[in-house]
Each structure stands twice: as C-alpha cells, then as structure tokens.
Design a protein around this ligand. Structure first.
Ligand SMILES: [Zn+2]
Length: 449
C-alpha cells in the first residue's frame, strides 16, 4: 500500500485510472507487502503451501492442528410437519436421535392424538450439546401449536423431558358481513373484508338459486361464514352458513346451509312441504333411465335440454299422480305424445308424457297415487317409458330435487329447527367476529359450524 501510494504521488500530474494488477507484475517486496495486509492465518497457510507443496496447507510451524472443531453448545432450528409426515420422522430429519424422537412422540401423544397435528404445523426446536463426538444432540426444548386451541411445550429438566400444555382461548362467533353489491359483488365483498373462499361459496350458492346477472348494484349482500379466532391472533374461516340478498329493504333470498350434504335451502323451500304431503313415485317399479339436464336426444340427433326424468317401465304399467291436484291438460301434446299435466298448488305442477292411454280428463281432481294413465311410447320416444316432469311457477325443475325439498320440509319439528337456526344466525352482528379477542368479549358462540 505504501509503495502504491508513493507511485501515485510520484506520477501525480499524469494521473490515470487504476488497473487491476496481474500476479506477474507484482514483485517480491510487493507480495510481502500484500501478505502483511491479508488475514494472517490465511497468509501464513499460503506461504506454508508455497514453500512445501506436499503440505497443502497442512499444519506447520505457524498452524497447529486441534483435536476437533469446537461444537456449538446449542442449535436453534425451525421445521415444519409435512403432508403424510410423522412427528418422529420429522424430528430425526433435523438431527434428533431415535431415542429422543420416540420419547417426544410418546409425550405429545399423551396430550393430543398425533394424527390431529395438522401438516404445516411449525416447530421451534432447541438442541443441546452432544454428550460425545458423533452422538446426536439431545432435545432441550420444543414448542409448537398442536391444535388451533392448544400450545405444547417440551422442556428438558435434567435427563427427563417435561411437557406443559397451554389452552388458547378460541372464539367461534361466525363472521357476518353485509354491504352493497356495487358494480362487482366479488370486489365489494372483498373490500368489505370477506375471505375469498367465503365469497366463492356465496356466489356459487346464489348462482344455484338465481341468475347472478339479476343482482343489482343497489342490492345488499349479507353472508355469514363459520369463523374461529384464537387469543394468539390467528383466524380461520370455515364453511358458508348463510347467504342472503336484500333488495330495497326486502329479502330477495335467504338461504341457510342445512343437512349433512351442505345444501342451501330457503325458508320458502322449507314451507312448501309443510302440509305433510310427500311425493309418491309416478310408476311402481320404474327405474330412472335418463336424468334432468342437457343430453343428446336419440331421435332428434342433437343435444338439448331434457326437462324431466325418464323411468323405464313395461308397456301398460299404471302411472300414478305424485300428489293431490287437478288435471290441467290431458291429450296429445307434441313430442310428449299422450300427456297429462297436474297442478298441485303453491306453484307446483307435474307432467307425464309418452302414455299409451290416458285415464283422466281436464278439470278432474285427482288424489296422490290415483292412476292417471299407462306407460307407452307415443310422441318422440324410442321405447316404452314415462317422461316425468315437475314445474315450479311454470318452469321445469329437476324432479329429484323437488322430491328432496318436499321430504326435507315434511315434519314441523324440522321446520321449527330450520327457523330457529336462521333466527339465531341472523342475531350475529355484522363484523362482530372482526373485533379484537380479549377483554369484554361475549362468551364463545356455540352455534352451528
Ligand atoms: Zn324424457
């Protein structure tokens, strides 16, 4: 450095940019100078190697071998339980010995079933000093969240590991959010703080009951989703529980998750079956050969809506009225062939096509189970079967879904339970679940999840 400074001063008037010096241009005094500026051990090792190529930085006069590298007294690490992983395997992967891994697993299993620990759970682990070279490090401390509401802590105390568990307060007040639909229901709900998954469930539920195009910017969305938050600060959204849409202060749609299959039913659907009537099968031993929905029509040769359900049944089998009602049509009806249409009240109707013979006439009252005709193959039909339709407010609906809805609403106890749950859910204040969990909070909501 001194030499370079001298040069720079000497040639001051002709100052030019510094260039990287190649090794060949550094003379012996300069090399010594550079060496004195480097980290001494590295410099000495380099000199040692040069003077004795066989040594190759081996211990020499200036470098003394030590018996072993000093071990760090402790190691702090973090690891995550993988999908399909086990606690023991995960511990061994980060260097815990098999004995300790087994001890930890057994201790934890005493507090919580190991299968309950969710993949993705993070573990903070401290390993202590080894007893000897090559030995695995002993577990000094492990801390993790075994469940949403439970923290576990394992600490070494002498030669034994002790386990302490800490319950974490969890509040399950459902998350209710209301707001104006605006130009984009999705963006408005997102801006109002609705979790994306809940918005998707809400839109799917709405879509199954009305046209999403019919939602107006001035409509109010109202959704309630299962929600839990812990005193440690995390929150988890669960399934959508309620989907509502209001228009000018009036309930356009009120849908409640109901039953094990997670269907959404409206209070209207619950009332419909309230008269203790349930649909009976329109043919005695028919089996369904074609469902409601889009299908390729074998005679027309193209895909079109199949607006009913087909029951395969022998030619001449009796066809029964599915519910009490009156005959609004009986006669030849285009592709339906010989066709009977019944009206059952509350906007519900049923239709029966391809009959070989009709047994009723328009205006007649019929009772559930009464014979109204016989299976045939008239109209657009490839063989004897009953084409059975259900109408609601003049439009066909899937006959199997109506069958379900009417059964679901049959008894008054179910209706009462439905109304009670709806009323209870609607007591949840919008945004209540977003307030901080702590002092003065209401007791944990113990409602449906
Ligand atoms: Zn059909």
């Amino acid at each position: 450095m001194v030499a370079l400074m001298v040069c720079a001063l000497t040639f001051w008037p002709n100052w030019s940019p510094l260039q990287a010096a190649s090794a060949a241009r550094i003379d012996t005094p300069a090399q010594a100078e550079f060496r004195s500026q480097t980290l001494p051990p590295l410099g000495f090792a380099a000199r040692e190697t040069r003077s004795n190529p066989q040594a190759n930085a081996a211990p020499g006069a200036t470098m003394v071998a030590i018996a072993a590298a000093p071990d760090r007294p402790r190691v702090d690490l973090a690891t995550t339980l993988g999908q399909g992983d086990s606690l023991g395997r995960m511990l061994q992967r980060v260097g815990v010995g098999s004995g300790d891994a087994e001890r930890v697993s057994n201790l934890v299993a005493g507090a919580v079933p190991l299968a309950d620990i969710a993949p993705g759970t993070r573990f903070a682990i401290t390993l202590g000093a080894r007893d000897g070279p090559g030995e695995p490090r002993p577990v000094d401390h492990i801390a993790f969240r075994a469940r949403f509401d439970l923290a576990l802590d394992l600490t070494r105390n002498g030669s034994a590991l002790g386990l302490s568990s800490k319950a974490i307060a969890v509040d399950e007040t459902p998350l209710r959010i209301r707001g104006l639909a605006g130009s984009s229901l999705f963006l408005s709900a997102r801006a109002a703080g609705v979790p994306v998954g809940a918005i998707q469930q809400y839109l799917q539920t709405l879509d199954a009951h009305m046209s999403l195009d019919a939602v107006q910017p001035s409509d109010t969305f109202d959704l309630i989703t299962a929600y839990k938050r812990s005193a440690a600060g995390e929150a988890e959204a669960g399934n959508l529980l309620y989907a509502g849409l209001e228009r000018q202060g009036h309930q356009e749609l009120q849908l409640l998750r109901w039953g094990d299959q997670g269907e959404f039913l409206g209070s209207g659907e619950m009332d419909q079956g309230g008269g203790a009537t349930s649909l009976i099968m329109p043919v005695a031993h028919g089996h369904i050969t074609s469902l409601y929905g889009m299908r390729f029509h074998p005679i027309l040769g193209y895909t079109r809506m199949h607006a009913g359900v087909d029951f395969g049944a022998p030619y001449g089998s009796p066809i029964y009225a599915v519910a009490d009602g009156f005959v609004s049509f009986a006669g030849v009806h285009g592709g339906h062939g010989n066709y009977v249409r019944l009206e059952h009240g509350s906007g519900l109707g049923s239709g029966y096509g391809h009959m070989s013979r009709i047994a009723v006439s328009p205006g007649m009252r019929v009772h559930a189970g009464e014979v109204i005709g016989y299976v045939g193959s008239t109209g657009l039909s490839t063989g004897p079967h009953l084409h059975y339709e259900v109408y609601r407010d003049g439009h066909t609906v899937d006959p199997l879904s109506v069958h379900f809805a009417m059964h679901a609403g049959v008894d008054h106890a179910t209706q009462a339970a439905f109304k009670a749950r709806l009323a209870k859910l609607l007591l949840v204040k919008p945004g209540a679940a977003l307030s901080p969990l702590g002092s003065g909070r209401s007791p944990a909501f113990a409602g449906p999840r």
